[in-house]
Design a protein around this ligand. Structure first.
Ligand code: KG4
Ligand code: ZN
Length: 342
C-alpha cells in the first residue's frame, strides 16, 4: 500500500561522473557513481569521450541504484535529472534517459539545477541527531566550475553574493596540480599531499579582489613562475618539495575562501553556514571552517564526503523539494549548458 513517502530516482551526468541514486523523502537509499578514468590521460575532461562514457554507464548505474535501494522501477514516484549547467553532450545523455524512463513509468519528470543541488545536498538526512541548516543561510559552493557565496533563503530562492571572476577554486587546484605533474583531477591529490607538508615553508600571494568576489588565476601564475625559477636551479625541486608546495597552495586557496565567507557573514549578519561542491571535500577547508565557526559562533553544515563531489543523491534531494511544490517538467525538457542559479 502506498503511504506519503516519496521515492525519487535521480540521475546526474553533467560532467565526468555518471551517477544514479534513489531517495525516500530526504533519506538517500543508494547513490551509485561511475567515474571516468579515460580523462586522466588527457589532463582534463574531454567532452566527447565523457558523453560516450555516460551512454555506456547509464543503464548499469541506474540498475545498481535501484538494486541497492531494494526498490523496483514501478515503486518510483518521480524521475529527477540534472538539466544544467554542464557539458551539453553529457547532460543530453542523462536528460534523454530520464525523459524516456519517466514516460515509460508514467511518473513526473523533475529537472534540477546542478548548482542548487550541490547546496541542497546539505538537507540529506544523515541521522536523527543531525539538523539541516535553517533558512536563511550562507553556502560556500566550491566546485570545478564554480566558486560562489550564496545566500539561501529557501530551496528555490538563492542569491549569489560573490563569485569567482576567473578560475574556480577546484580549477585552481586542478591546474596547479597539472603544473606539479599530478594526474587529473588533481584536487584530491593536492589535499592528500598537503596533509603531510609544511604549509609555511613557501608563500604564495592571496588575491585582493574587493567585495565578496574571488580570483584564482593569479595564484596559478604565481606557482608557475615560482616553480620555473626553482626548477632552473634544481630539476628535482618538485619531487623534493611536493608535500610542502601542496600544503602552501591549499592553505592559500582555503584562506581566501574563508576570508570572503567571514566577510559575507559579517555583512549579512547570517550565522548559519554551509559548504557544498567538490572542493568542500577538502580536508583543510573542512577543518579550518570548523575552527572559524567556533570562533565566530556560527552553526555549520558540512555534508559527508559522498555528497560533496558530483553525485545523484543531491539531485534527489533538490527534486524532493520540487515534488512537494508539484513543480514538474514537461517531456520537452532540453538540457542547458549555461544555467543561472538565481
Ligand atoms: O562538484 P564537483 O565534483 O564537480 C563540478 O561540478 O565541478 O567538483 C570537482 C572539483 C575538481 O576540481 C576536484 O579537483 C575538486 O572538486 N576536489 C577537490 C577535492 N575533492 C574534489 N579539491 C580539493 N580537495 C579535495 N579533497
Ligand atoms: Zn558539481
Amino acid at each position: 500500500m502506498k503511504n506519503n513517502d516519496i521515492y525519487i530516482l535521480g540521475i546526474e551526468s553533467s560532467c565526468d561522473e555518471t551517477s544514479a541514486a534513489v531517495s525516500k523523502n530526504t533519506r538517500i537509499l543508494s547513490n551509485i557513481i561511475a567515474g571516468q578514468k579515460i580523462h586522466e590521460a588527457y589532463g582534463g575532461v574531454v567532452p566527447e569521450l565523457a558523453s560516450r562514457a555516460h551512454q555506456a554507464n547509464i543503464i548499469p548505474v541506474v540498475t545498481q541504484a535501484l538494486k541497492e535501494a531494494g526498490i523496483e522501477k514501478n515503486g518510483i514516484d518521480a524521475v529527477a535529472v540534472t538539466c544544467g549547467p554542464g557539458l551539453i553532450g553529457s547532460l543530453m545523455v542523462g536528460v534523454s534517459f530520464a525523459k524516456s524512463l519517466a514516460a515509460a513509468l508514467s511518473v513526473p519528470l523533475i529537472e534540477v539545477n546542478h548548482m542548487q543541488a550541490h547546496v541542497l545536498a546539505n538537507f540529506a538526512l544523515q541521522s536523527e541527531e543531525t539538523k539541516p541548516p535553517q533558512f536563511p543561510f550562507l553556502c560556500l559552493t566550491v566546485s570545478g566550475g564554480h566558486t560562489q557565496i550564496v545566500q539561501v533563503n529557501a530551496p528555490d530562492n538563492m542569491q549569489i553574493l560573490g563569485q569567482t571572476l576567473d578560475d574556480a577554486a577546484g580549477e585552481a587546484f586542478d591546474k596547479i596540480a597539472k603544473i606539479l605533474n599530478l594526474p587529473y583531477p588533481g584536487g584530491p591529490l593536492v589535499d592528500k599531499y598537503a596533509v603531510q607538508g609544511n604549509a609555511y615553508r613557501f608563500q604564495f600571494p592571496e588575491s585582493n579582489i574587493p567585495g565578496l568576489d574571488f580570483s584564482y588565476s593569479g595564484l596559478k601564475t604565481a606557482v608557475l613562475y615560482f616553480l620555473k625559477k626553482q626548477l632552473a636551479q634544481d630539476a628535482d625541486f618538485i619531487q623534493k618539495n611536493l608535500y610542502d608546495i601542496c600544503a602552501a597552495v591549499q592553505k592559500t586557496i582555503v584562506q581566501t575562501l574563508l576570508k570572503k565567507l567571514k566577510k559575507a557573514a559579517e555583512q549579512t549578519g547570517i550565522r548559519q553556514i554551509a559548504i557544498a561542491g567538490g572542493v568542500s571535500a577538502n580536508s583543510g577547508l573542512r577543518s579550518e571552517l570548523k575552527k572559524l565557526a567556533e570562533l565566530s559562533g556560527w552553526t555549520v553544515s558540512i555534508p559527508p564526503l559522498s555528497l560533496c563531489t558530483d553525485n545523484a543523491g543531491m539531485i534527489c534531494i533538490a527534486a524532493y523539494f520540487k515534488f512537494l511544490q508539484n513543480e514538474f517538467s514537461s517531456l520537452d525538457l532540453a538540457p542547458q549548458a549555461r544555467l543561472s542559479l538565481q
